[in-house]
Design a protein around this ligand. Structure first.
Ligand code: PAF
Length: 281
């Protein structure tokens, strides 16, 4: 496994790597969910291709300084995880290497990012789009794999690739969950044991609400109320948003006639978690 910290070094290393190349962009603090993305990448490129992983806690996508400060950075465990997943190249630049002091161009998405996390985290998706585009340009990757847990991020990246004609295939990978249903997230390790044992109720609440669909419910309000009823049993979890949106354009819907997403974000203390469930009429 090659590790590269510098973008000039990266470009010369990349020229020598076998193609096709699949990129797995991450912010590190790797867990089973990330490893599943790496295995998916290997399936895509085959034994002879290249799986590249970026480990970069991108400062421009954090709207809260504290969140950036406390974001876990277990570098040696991350490198061992990449090694064991058979990754060929790990790129781990510093913020100074990624962003010149006078960098002045960013990518802005103007529709999908108005909703959900975009509404509560100003500038977040601009930071994500900009860094992801920079990674795509550095790697000239043939494909890239992203987790479906961040479904809004995935939708926005697909839109960016479509609208800016980026020659890359974007692959979404199913959310990887703990056996108790909690979506794997790098932030989970910041939960207290108490919060960690309660947190699976997020997915349970969404499932219970989604079950109303099986009984024929198509209006959003009763489904949202059912989710809220379960979520409010927790005295610790503070809801940021709970919303039903169209699965394609992410606009809120009051009646579910097409595939939709019941999406949730909230906090245990300072730790922000998200989860969702698909609603198929
Ligand atoms: O999903 C993430 O970990 C990040 O948003 C990404 C895509 C690596 C960009 O920094």
């Amino acid at each position: 496994m090659i590790t590269v910290a510098d973008s000039d070094e990266l470009i010369s290393s990349l020229a020598k790597l076998p193609r096709p190349l699949c990129l797995v962009p991450t912010m590190g603090a790797l867990h089973e969910g990330h490893l599943a993305l790496m295995h998916e990448a290997r399936k895509i490129v085959g034994a002879g291709g290249t799986v590249a992983v970026s480990l970069f806690v991108n400062p421009t996508q954090f709207d809260q300084k504290e969140d950036l400060k406390h974001y876990p950075r277990p570098l040696s465990a991350d490198l061992s995880a990449c090694e064991s997943a058979g990754v060929d190249l790990v790129f781990m630049p510093s913020a100074q290497q990624m962003y010149r002091a006078d960098h002045s161009i960013v990518i802005t998405e103007n529709h999908l990012s108005q909703f959900l996390c975009g509404a509560s985290r100003p500038g977040h998706f601009s930071g994500v789009c900009t860094v992801v585009m920079k990674l795509f340009m550095l790697f000239r990757a043939d494909s890239a794999v992203f987790g479906k847990k961040d479904f809004q991020q995935l939708a926005i990246i697909r839109r960016m690739v479509r609208d800016l004609n980026v020659p890359i295939t974007i692959v979404g990978h199913a959310t990887v969950r703990e056996v108790d249903g909690l979506a794997m997230s790098s932030r989970n390790i910041r939960l207290t044991p108490d919060q960690l044992s309660e947190a699976p109720m997020l997915q349970r609440s969404l499932r219970a609400a989604a079950d109303l669909m099986k009984m024929g419910e198509r209006q959003s309000d009763p489904i949202l109320s059912a989710a809220l009823f379960h979520l409010q049993k927790s005295s610790q979890f503070r809801i940021d948003y709970l919303s039903i949106v169209d699965a394609e354009n992410l606009e809120p819907v009051s009646m579910i006639r097409k595939p939709a997403i019941l999406a949730l974000a909230g906090f245990y203390g300072q730790v922000r978690l998200i989860d969702h469930i698909e609603l198929l009429p």
